[in-house]
Design a protein around this ligand. Structure first.
Ligand code: NOJ
Length: 762
């Protein structure tokens, strides 16, 4: 046996004895057990090897962003072989993952397996709706299920870590990444964060169909000034704690194993170098035991922010601030050892970071079997019928009915002549939405295919106008077609000859997502022109919107009788839309984000503060908080969504109007289905704290329940109010329930119908 091999054998044997690596009979049961294993392994590692664990490299291709350091492949390979890489991203497929894992396990001194990360944002290959759309379902079980399917398919493709969920709250539809979050509300956002983390990670991380989740982007990314991607964030303590933090807290409580920091600066300090966020709050205050990864090159970007002098300084700042793993900045591997030697970084911080990363590897069971996600048979189950059915279920639930005058919808299943018009009507790619790195173009069911499947109606299709030119992955406004009007005439003549027109308009699949901020939220290109031209000849229009963010559709709201918000619903889009249009599924979605009337109203959100001048004091007065050219009201409010039936809210009853820290009371209402078909309604419950040590929003969502009712059926729905419900981060820098008077509201949207008051005393 060669000396090198003997050494390796001894090391590996001692590792087996000490930490139980590669010994399937030793399972990772308790945290104390795990900590011991981690410590034993750390004790065997050199400083360079520990730093190697904190280094993540992009894989064989560059799927997510510009990387000036491409061309470094041989260097990366060398590092991988020498144990200087702890994780890779964008390597996928059993064969590829096995290849890199084999190098880590067989060629490096200690054989420590890699974490394989990937942006599994709304599914791997079988795509569910974009996250914003899923949030519109308000169906936590369906959302959890969708993350389970995503995890199962990703794990079958060799992946063991997703960079999801994105839990950034945002009030700005100009920001392209709103498609990736759960909307504007911290309460709904927290429940969805929990559902997604639990869906990805499951009950048992060592199972073969679960993967680790990542709560991102910590923190404040959704508050980019002007909605411009990566822009400066400047927010006060109350917004940070009461609005931005809650979903991150929920993810931590749900056991999320990783956090990703963010590209933005927060109040002058880049999040990646922000010790307050990563060490003081996350690790110390919240007791987060997992690890923090930087965003792509966000460590070296601190030099552009003007916060680090050079790359080496950036590495020093990032590790001291609590960023445990470096995604593609190359600076941990290049400078950390030097920084330790120079006394600028305490080796204990390296031990802590590497230890956190190793712990997750143990939890995943990678030391027991590094190839556990590399089963070619399991890989064949990706895209199964079962998964398609599951994503169809959540897709239907995500659709929001915005308008339905004279019950134009549902459409007749027989004997109707339908004109299907619009650049997105037969599109099989845009419905997949942004962030779908592993799904092929042309794999969504189009609306055309959906409509044809569910009836024998004659459907005549014309695209009318073209949305974009060329391959629109990095679509810019100049690629949006605004010159070719030839199709409008033909579409109009088809519209004339049919009973009803289904117009499918909206955004191209890559018009939202990372790096896709917009200053206008109107229908892009010639779509508005097409809509108005068709309206001239046939008023029976069902407008189906396909988009990744709220749009400004005032004209449509005023003139078009039926509007369906169908977002980008993933692989099964066309089926879901057709089922809703034909009434096989009665829409139940509610908006998770306010639709503005005008971009100038942004940021617009339901839980705003009153100001000192909230209402007009006298006719023709100007000195109150308003615009002179637009109302303060949104087009569609948060929580809004119609059904093919109608619901009546009545009899709000409070079991008491007073409570204290030791008591609670219930608020109940009676809900009746007053229409002709069965339907589901999301009953929403809000409060307003009338005066407090810090001004409070005019309304805050505090509970909701999805209720299914047959025609004529009534149910009593009740919510319990205790001191937790009224808690907020107060002027004392604590979560507290302050005594005082409150309003309670219950209804089918944030413009609620029933209201009462109560008071709380300590
Ligand atoms: C940059 C994005 O901000 C982040 O969310 C993503 O996970 C990484 N790129 C990796 O692709």
């Amino acid at each position: 046996m060669k000396l090198k091999n003997i050494m390796k054998f001894c090391l590996v044997s001692s590792l087996v004895l000490v930490v139980g690596c590669k010994n399937p009979s030793i399972t990772t049961k308790t945290n104390a057990d795990l900590d011991k294993k981690v410590d034993s392994l750390l004790a065997l590692m050199t400083l360079d090897e520990k730093i190697g664990q904190m280094n993540q490299y992009n894989g064989f291709w560059d799927a997510t962003g510009p990387s000036p350091k491409q061309g470094n492949a041989s260097k990366k390979y060398e590092h991988l072989e020498s144990g200087l890489v702890g994780s890779m991203l964008n390597v996928r497929g059993v064969e590829n993952v096995k290849a890199v894992q084999k190098i880590a396990v067989e060629k490096t001194r200690l054989g420590i397996p890699l974490l394989i990360g990937f942006d599994v944002i709304h599914g791997y290959q079988t795509l569910s709706p974009i996250p914003l759309a899923e949030a519109a379902s308000w169906d936590l079980a369906a959302i959890k299920k969708s993350s389970e399917i995503a995890a199962e398919e990703a794990a079958a493709a060799g992946i063991n870590w997703t960079f999801a969920p994105m839990v950034d709250i945002s009030r700005d539809a100009r920001w392209g990444r709103v498609m990736e979050g759960a909307g504007e509300d911290p309460y709904l956002g927290s429940l969805i964060a929990e559902a997604r983390v639990k869906g990805f990670q499951g009950e048992d991380l060592s199972a073969v169909n679960t993967i680790i989740a990542c709560a991102k982007h910590f923190a404040g990314y959704g508050f980019a000034e002007s909605g411009r991607e990566y822009n400066t964030v400047d927010i006060g303590t109350s917004t940070l704690y009461n609005t931005v933090f809650p979903p991150f807290i929920a993810a931590t409580k749900a056991g999320v194993r990783t956090f990703m920091n963010s590209f933005n600066e927060l109040n002058g300090i880049p999040a990646t170098g922000n010790k307050f966020l990563q060490r003081d709050i996350l690790k110390n205050k919240w007791g987060f035991e997992g690890f923090v990864i930087s965003d792509w090159e966000s460590i070296i970007e601190m030099t552009d922010h003007g916060y680090a002098e050079n790359d080496k300084h950036a590495a020093e700042i990032a590790i001291n601030a609590g960023s445990d793993m470096d995604m593609e900045s190359y600076v941990y591997v290049n400078y950390l050892a030097e920084l330790v030697k120079e006394g600028k970084v305490d080796e204990k911080l390296i031990d802590d970071a590497a230890g956190r990363i190793l712990k997750v590897k143990f939890e995943l069971g990678l030391f027991d079997d590094p190839y556990k996600y590399c089963d070619t048979e399991r890989e064949k189950t990706i895209g199964s019928k079962k998964n398609k059915e599951a994503v169809l279920d959540v897709a239907k639930k995500s659709i929001v009915l915005l308008k339905n005058e004279n019950n134009l919808l549902p459409l007749k299943k027989k004997g109707a002549k339908i004109a299907l018009i619009g650049p997105l009507a037969a599109d099989k790619t845009s419905p997949l939405g942004s962030w779908r790195l592993a799904a092929e173009d042309n794999t969504a069911i189009s609306v055309l295919e959906g409509l044809q499947k569910y009836t024998d109606n004659k459907v005549t299709y014309h695209k009318g106008v073209t949305l974009t030119e060329g391959k629109p992955e990095f679509v810019t406004e100049t690629q949006i077609n605004t010159t070719d009007r030839t199709g409008i005439k033909e579409a109009v003549s088809i519209a004339k000859k049919n009973d009803v027109v289904v117009l499918v308009l909206g955004e191209h699949g890559f018009q939202s997502g990372e790096g896709r901020s917009r200053t206008s939220l109107n229908l892009p290109g010639l779509q508005q022109e097409l809509l108005e031209a068709v309206y001239q000849v046939n008023k029976n229009i069902v407008l189906v919107l396909m988009n990744g963010r709220p749009l400004t559709i005032n004209w449509a709201d005023k003139n078009i009788p039926a509007i369906v918000e169908a977002w980008q619903l993933g692989t099964q889009s066309g089926h879901a839309i057709a089922q809703v249009l034909y009434g096989d599924y009665n829409p139940s979605g509610k908006l998770p984000m306010t639709f503005p009337k005008s971009v100038g109203q942004i940021p617009i959100y339901y839980n705003y503060k009153n100001t000192g001048r909230p209402t007009i004091p006298a006719p023709n007065q100007v000195f109150w908080s308003h615009y002179i050219d637009e109302s303060n009201e949104p087009l569609y409010e948060f929580g809004y969504g119609l059904s093919y039936t109608t619901f009546k809210y009545e009899n709000l009853k409070l079991s008491s109007h007073k409570f204290n820290k030791d008591t609670e009371f219930t608020a109940s209402i009676s809900l009746t289905n007053t229409g002709k078909v069965a339907g589901k309604e999301v009953v929403q419950f809000y409060i307003q704290d009338l005066f407090a040590s810090i001004t409070r929003p005019v309304k805050e969502l505090k509970g909701f329940e999805m209720v299914a009712l047959e025609p004529g059926e009534s149910k009593e729905i009740s919510f319990t109010i205790d001191k937790k419900i009224i808690e907020f981060y107060t002027v004392n820098n604590k979560w507290e329930s302050e005594p005082g008077d409150f309003k309670i509201f219950i209804g089918g949207s944030s413009k609620t119908v029933l209201e009462d008051t109560f008071s709380y005393s300590n």
